[in-house]
Design a protein around this ligand. Structure first.
Ligand code: ATP
Length: 303
């Protein structure tokens, strides 16, 4: 069915000994979507990805891929349906990059990826002579070359130069349009934001948010930024007059009442502080995620 999600995760938990790593995780990955997995170090992202491709079993709960239960025992099915780059790629030092790709995919598909990712100049060299970034690109190419329905990439942009990041983005978007579903973890949230359809935020093994990027953008309140010749002084002045400002260095606030902007500008004008510009601005995904994580941390501290 067209609208059936490719992956469904239902009440998944994972413990290592007595330590709870994933707690009651339920998620869906719609077909052909690029889904970003965001969370701080140790949040459980890699563990979740490993369970999704059968490298680990969950303690309780289910992962369903294309209607079938994923377990560590189903190598064949997972091999056929999913490609992954988790942690550093497993490479044979004495095989060339091209030979690695031939283990998984056709020559035609390999060539397309090599050309798109700009790997032609070294693809015939042995992997032992590759730089960190070259190994990373080969790892990405190996995950994509057999054209699986699901691709899981853990920190794929690590070590990639800006040109390669751009090529990577174009390749992923092209494949997603053709129906491939992606789950991509990254700490480079502003890079991720350029390609994502959906966002998942996890912290301490719990899902804090799963939403489409479009929905997140719609829900984010517009803020107003006033640029002055001395923003530090402007902030101090406004704070002493009980104006609520967004944390940071900017004179930035959420418009709460009609006429509030006039009041704020009047305070600055009366203080002889030259105003340079006034504009509307939406917080980016990184700000939204950081705010969410800060709230979660504060709630946990109160518990
Ligand atoms: N085999 C293991 N045995 C015990 N604990 C583990 C094991 N693997 C991972 N952990 C723990 O599980 C937690 C989540 O680790 P995981 O690697 O999934 O996090 P992550 O979100 O990918 O972090 P990062 O962004 O740093 O890569 C961490 O506290 C880690 O120490």
């Amino acid at each position: 069915m067209q609208n059936e999600p490719l992956v469904q995760i239902k009440h998944l938990s994972k413990r290592f000994g007595r330590k709870v790593i994933l707690h009651d995780v339920s998620l869906t990955l719609p077909m052909g979507h690029i889904v970003g997995l965001i969370g701080p170090n140790g949040a459980g992202k890699t563990t979740l990805m490993k369970i999704m491709i059968g490298l680990l079993n969950g303690t309780t709960g289910q992962v369903i891929l294309a209607g079938k239960n994923v377990t560590a025992q189903q190598h064949q099915f997972i091999q056929e349906s999913a490609g992954a780059l988790i942690e550093s790629p497993a490479l044979y030092p004495f095989l060339t990059g091209w030979q690695h790709l031939q283990l998984y995919g056709s020559a035609a598909e390999s060539q397309t990826i090599v050309d798109t990712m700009g790997m032609a100049s070294y693809i015939q060299r042995r992997a032992r002579d590759y730089s960190l970034g070259m190994k990373q690109k080969l790892g990405i190419a190996m995950a994509l070359v057999k054209r699986p329905r699901l691709v899981i990439l853990d920190e794929p942009m690590n070590g990639l130069d800006p040109q390669s990041v751009q090529a990577f983005r174009q390749l992923i978007q092209h494949l997603a349009q053709a129906g491939t579903t992606f789950l991509i973890s990254s700490h480079q949230i502003s890079e991720l934001e350029k390609i994502l359809d959906d966002v998942i935020v996890i912290d301490q093994g719990q899902v804090l948010l799963q939403a489409s990027l479009a929905q997140i953008r719609q829900d984010r309140p517009t803020e107003i930024v006033v640029k002055t010749t001395d923003d530090r002084r402007a902030r101090q002045l406004l704070l002493t007059r009980q104006v609520t400002l967004v944390a940071g260095a900017d004179v930035r606030f959420q418009p709460t009442a009609y006429g509030q902007l006039n009041d704020i500008l009047r305070i600055l004008v009366n203080a002889n502080l030259p105003i340079l510009t006034v504009h509307e601005s939406q917080p980016d995904l990184e700000t939204t995620v950081l705010t969410l994580l800060t709230h979660h941390e504060e709630e946990n501290n109160y518990d």
